[in-house]
Design a binder for this molecule. Structure first.
Ligand code: FRU
Length: 528
């Protein structure tokens, strides 16, 4: 190597350090509101998770990313990987905006048999299917088309397909392809949104390049806003691998249940070409009854694992796992965080369960969270007063906990927990017996003034399976709470920006005395 070569090598090494956004520096992930066990990019803006895929021992999360600032713009696919679904390593931007075309939301598949012709060396490769968004096309209007990019090095580098776009309807709004391999249809299926028509359009393909229109779903359910980010997946019913239904989940913005953006879902049958809703078209079901879960996506390519044992003869199936953008378009650009803006939900495992109202989506935190539990587990059992006395003595150190409470309602009309409290602010999670509802009240949760839509009390109907008892599990991070009530039957996700000392937990009640309280609290370690 000549001196010149050495200088060049040094210069390139320095450049790669500068360009590489990923390696965390001390303090990078320790700002007061920085999520400690939820993924957020080190710097800059993110919205939807994209292309979630498991491949050769790694979970990949791609995400809508602006590499140049903390507001929406220059949309590209950011990238992070994890081997355990909890610790993420951010990598350089995977698919950048280029030639004035932004890289909007989409999905990634593992092409195991080289159906696309993109895979080299006789090995499977990754193919990303995304919406190309041209703000001002030749027609003078925006143009959205579906496009491909592929990687033969475990997602480290990506090549945009020279034959892009693979689908062009010459429309301004046509986006967010979710692609997966359909065993029933023996072809690739794409679910993609026609946002203003409130339709999800289905296409089939043998090679990911040529797509045939199979049919449309919608309008059904809520059509209050644009339909975005369609997602279709199969789930076992009540834990029986042989008995399944399909869930079609659709983002709605604005006009969702709690205002702004939110997601509805439909349960039905899918034969590889057509989705048929099992419920009346007017029935509205919501994946999350809080304000802050949007464009959630499930992982493609997950390994097969045993279902929770019902019988030894059950086939192995993947545990469908979903991550959403923990945010709402109402105020996403105003969140008081820096130098990043936007974060993801904790991964959730999905199931379908029979309830009194019918079949419903069940969501719980992925079991991977156990990797972050730091011992010892705190168990507190007693009256409200006793438990609160012990909670007051307990030093939580930081704000992050995974907490499960079982509250016997006794004579109380309202029962729940006061979280992230301190310096006069707190967030309430509770159940109102008369109104039969679960609520989260963040009107006094700390920093709330950055948007009029933020300081809200949101609620959702909840009939308790045991009328005298409320069961809730809550993940609390530095700037979010995810509430899973009744073993995952009702979920509410809310961002919160508590004061510096806001980390205390207390049980609370109104209108009478609680019958008793049982709490299990794990401290959750930081992933950074
Ligand atoms: C949803 C969404 C998608 C689009 C992306 C652009 O949040 O509007 O429909 O692809 O964000 O960033």
């Amino acid at each position: 190597m000549t001196v010149l070569h050495r200088h060049l090598a040094c210069f390139l090494a320095l450049m790669s350090i500068c360009l590489f956004a990923g390696s965390p520096q001390d303090g990078d992930y320790n700002q007061p509101y920085r999520p400690q066990f939820h993924f957020s990019p080190r710097v800059n803006w993110t919205n939807d998770p994209n292309g979630l895929v498991y491949f050769e021992g790694e979970y990949h999360i791609f995400f809508q990313y602006n590499p140049f600032g903390d507001q929406w713009g220059h949309m590209s696919w950011g990238h992070a990987v994890s081997t355990d679904l909890v610790h993420w390593k951010e990598l350089p931007v995977a698919i950048p905006e280029s030639d004035g075309v932004m890289i909007f939301t989409g999905s990634t598949v593992v092409d195991r048999t080289n159906t696309s012709g993109f895979c080299t060396g006789g090995k499977p490769c990754l193919v990303a299917v995304y919406t190309g968004h041209t703000p001002e096309s030749a027609s003078g209007k925006p143009l959205q088309t579906q496009n491909l990019a592929y990687s033969n090095d475990r997602g480290r580098t990506w090549t945009k397909y020279s034959g892009n776009p693979v689908l062009d309807l010459h429309m301004s709004d046509f986006r967010d392809p979710k692609v997966f391999w359909s065993e029933q249809g023996k072809h690739w299926v794409m679910a993609v949104s026609l946002p203003d028509e409130h339709k999800v359009r289905f296409y089939g393909s043998a090679d990911l390049k040529k797509w045939d229109h199979l049919g449309d779903f919608g309008p059904e359910g809520s059509v209050a806003g644009q339909w975005e980010c369609p997602e279709l997946f199969e789930l076992p019913v009540d834990g029986h691998a042989a008995q399944t239904r399909w869930v079609l989940k659709i983002g709605l913005n604005p006009g969702a249940l709690q205002g702004g953006s939110g997601e509805q879902y439909f349960i039905g049958h899918f034969d590889g070409t057509r989705f048929v809703n099992d419920n009346p078209p007017s029935l509205q079901l919501w994946t999350d009854y809080g304000k802050d879960c949007y464009c959630a996506l499930t992982f493609n390519g997950l390994p097969k694992t045993p279902l929770p044992a019902r019988s030894q003869t059950q086939p192995l199936v993947p545990v469908p796992t979903m991550i959403g953008w923990m945010n709402n378009w109402q105020y996403a650009g105003k969140l008081p965080t820096s130098p990043w803006r936007g974060q993801m939900t904790f991964p959730r495992k999905l199931a379908l369960g029979t309830t009194d109202e019918g079949l419903r989506l069940i969501q719980l935190p992925s079991d991977a969270i156990a990797k972050l539990h730091t011992s010892p587990l705190t168990r507190l059992i007693g009256t409200e007063k006793e438990v609160n006395k012990r909670l007051a003595r307990r030093n939580h150190g930081d704000k992050m906990v995974d907490l499960t409470s079982t509250i016997t309602l006794g004579g109380a009309k309202v029962a729940g927990l006061r979280l992230l409290s301190g310096d006069g602010s707190y967030t309430l999670v509770g159940h109102n017996r008369e109104r039969r509802e679960l609520f989260v009240d963040r009107t006094n949760s700390g920093e709330t003034g950055f948007s009029k839509d933020f300081p809200a009390r949101v609620s959702a109907p909840l009939t308790l399976s045991n009328p005298g008892q409320l069961q809730i599990r809550i993940l609390v991070d530095r700037s979010s709470i995810e509430v899973f009530a009744e073993h995952g039957r009702l979920v509410m996700t809310e961002l919160v920006f508590p004061r510096q000392n806001g980390r205390r937990i207390a049980v609370y009640s109104e209108g009478g005395a609680l019958g008793g309280v049982s709490l299990r609290i794990w401290s959750v370690a930081s992933i950074w």
